[in-house]
Every structure is written in C-alpha cells, then in structure tokens.
Design a protein around this ligand. Structure first.
Ligand code: SF4
Ligand code: SF4
Length: 379
C-alpha cells in the first residue's frame, strides 16, 4: 500500500446501511482498516463539528458517517472515541453534540465523546511557532480524520488538512487568526497543526458537501461520494481538481505539498473508483489570491477603495452577539439593533461569518474589488 492511494465509493444517501457499505468499500480499497488500526488501539475519530447545526445543514460531518467508522473500528477490536472543538465560544458542549447528532450515535454505540475544551493541552512547537493541541489527540494511538467537503471564505477550501485545525481547543483558534491575517500566513499555521497531528487515515463525507460561501453560510451541494486515503494532502488536492479548482491555488495544499507532507501532484495519485462529473461547483471569490497580489505597502491606501469585508444583514440578525464573542480582535462591538464593525481593526478572518447562527453575516465587496476580481479570479 502506498500513501498516494485515494479511493472513491459512490453514495447518494445518508441511509446508515448505504453509508456503512460505502465507508467499508473505500477503506478496503486502500488496504482495509487493519492496515491502519490494530486490536486494542485507542482510535480518535475527528469529525468536523464547526457549529451546533443539524446534519441536514451540511456544515458538520454527518452522524451516519461517524457511526459507520465507529463500527469499523470496533470490528477490528480497537477502541473508538470521538472528539472535536467547535469554531467559536464552546460553552455547553452537550448542545453541540446533541444538535449535530453525535451524542445520539455515541450513546447508541457506547463510544466516548471527548470534550477538547476540558481535556487539557500539550504545547507543541513547529517552525518556531507554539500551538496548543488537545491532549487526547496526541495521546491516542491512531487518528481517523472525518472531514466534510466544503468551501471556505478565507482558505478557499476545507477538507482533510484544515479539519485538523479543530484539535486546538476554544478561542485559541481565533487568536491564531489574529496572528496570521493574510490567507497564506494563516494556511502556514493550518499546515503546522496538521503536521503536528498528522492523521493516519482520512475518510471524507462527500455525500452532501457545501459550495458558495462555506464553511457555514454556503449551499448544501450533492456530490455523492465517500473517499478514503492515508494521505490527507493527496485527498484535498484530488478533490479540488475534480471540482474544477487548481489544487495549488489553495494555500494549504500548496504549502503542505512544498513541505513534503503529502502528494500534491494529481498525476501521481493512484485513484480507485470514479469521482462524479460536477461542473457547477461554486467556489468562493479568490480572496486569497487577490490579497496576496497587492504589496502590503500600498494595500493600506488602496483598502479605502478596494475592500471585501464582512457585513450584517439587519433583516436577518437577531442581535445574539455570537459574532461579537467570536471576533479575535474585538472588531465587532455590541450595539442596537445590530453589532457594529470597527473595520480599522478587522483582519478579515471571517470568524463572524463562520459563527453566525442565522447566516446574517455576508461578504460585502466594493465596486473596485468586484472589478479587479473579474480579471484576477480563477474560480
Ligand atoms: S450577525 Fe449573526 S451572530 Fe451577529 S448578532 Fe446578528 S445573528 Fe448574532
Ligand atoms: S469582524 Fe469578523 S472578519 Fe473582522 S476580524 Fe472580527 S471576526 Fe474576523
């Protein structure tokens, strides 16, 4: 078995039996679960639990995918546990587990749900940068990563590599955004965290993904696949390629490939199965590429005319202030009838958009931005 194998099983429904078969077929095609997990191993299953949202909203890894993987892990005599840290303030973790369907699955299968916010952290260093990583992520024997295929306003794409960002507990995640406001700088940190935790196996929920304004305000998008690979970078690059995006235009793909963390050349990936033809996947505007094109020295002056920034739709906003609590740089302040932006402080991390439960935060763009995007976009 080589690490550049990627397998695909078609699956158009979240019916447990169909998902179980698709997950098993995908994993069998790359050598079977016993190639990755031994009897008695403690196996951390790491889904995407970004927000307390129902499975139908396509923001989180579907519980039937999690249940299928739990069953496979038990079949080889290993011990599964499930853990993730949501995207913003995570008070009342039970609510996240309940709404996403993970509590129900774990109760029925008698699987431990791990609260990363309370499990303690290891301080780990990479390339001179320090990170807090939840202890169970490091203490387990095997990590099985269960991302969902989604677009991302800041990083363009989120799947296997970016999903490991959730091993950082609590608001520390938003602090890292503050330290790295440019998309490529932030992607360096995403890749660091991935490299420090490198999952042995990835099983992707691609039955219904999300396009448009992901990772939480986009549109559920039927793709109809479960994918598996031991190589997270190959998996992400291959999926981008199949959905019409040059993999190297996604900063985390490019940086991980440059650092030798996985195979980024699609021609070198051995694919088992067939990805469906999807020619209408909507990628977010190429903010990353456009921002990197402008020298920092003139960016400040241009920003007066050239901007893309979060804004709030007053007709949808309930003034719950989740966005205010999520902002890593206090660029949002409480106000009536809706919170107010301090755009001079905003680092465009889009955490507020990510965390708004009403989808009231949207990406607003100036005329100049729209004009430049027309010539620079590659989406
Ligand atoms: S924009 Fe969203 S998160 Fe912010 S106050 Fe309004 S509803 Fe709440
Ligand atoms: S206002 Fe929103 S986009 Fe700006 S820094 Fe705060 S959370 Fe990030």
């Amino acid at each position: 078995m080589t690490e550049t194998l990627v397998s695909i099983s078609k699956c158009n429904s979240y019916d447990l039996e169909l998902v179980q078969n698709a997950v098993k077929n995908s994993v069998d095609a790359i050598g079977g679960l016993s190639s990755f997990v031994k009897p008695g191993d403690k196996v951390l299953i790491k889904p995407n639990m970004l927000q307390a949202k129902t499975p139908e909203e396509a923001i989180t890894t579907h519980p039937t995918v999690i249940e299928s993987v739990i069953n496979l892990v038990k079949d080889v005599g290993a011990i599964p546990m499930v853990g993730d840290s949501p995207g913003g303030p995570a008070r009342g973790m039970e609510r996240f587990w309940k709404v996403t369907g993970m509590l129900d699955v774990c109760e029925r299968t008698k699987t431990s749900l791990i609260n990363f916010e309370k499990s303690g952290v290891y301080e780990m260093e990479r390339k001179g940068r320090l990170y807090h990583i939840a202890k169970p992520v490091i203490d387990c024997d095997v990590i099985i990563n269960l991302p969902k295929i989604k677009t991302h306003g800041l990083t363009t794409f989120t799947c296997a590599v970016k999903n490991m960002y959730g091993v950082v507990p609590g608001l520390r995640k938003t602090e890292y955004h503050k330290m790295a406001p440019k998309p490529s700088d932030f992607a360096e940190m995403v890749v660091d965290i991935f490299a420090l935790t490198k999952p042995q196996l990835n099983i992707v929920d691609g039955i219904i993904g999300m396009d448009g304004s992901g990772p939480s305000a986009g549109n559920p998008k039927e793709i109809g696949v479960i994918l598996a690979s031991g190589d997270s970078v190959a998996l992400d690059c291959f999926i981008c390629h199949c959905l019409g995006k040059d993999p190297m235009k996604v900063p985390s793909n490019r940086i991980a490939q440059e650092q030798g963390l996985g195979e980024g050349v699609v021609e070198n990936i051995h694919v088992i199965g067939e990805f469906p033809v999807i020619d209408d996947f909507k990628w977010p505007p190429n903010m990353a590429g456009t921002m990197e094109l402008i020298p920092s020295s003139i960016a400040r002056g241009l920003m007066k005319l050239w901007w893309s920034r979060p804004s709030i739709d007053p007709d949808i906003c309930t003034n719950c202030n989740t966005c205010v609590k999520s902002c890593p740089v206090d660029a949002l302040i409480k106000n009536n009838p809706i919170p107010e932006f301090e755009y001079g402080e905003c680092i465009n991390c889009l955490c507020c958009m990510e965390m708004c439960p009403e989808k009231a935060v949207f990406e607003d763009k100036s005329r100049l931005y729209k004009l430049i995007s027309r010539f620079t976009k590659s989406d």
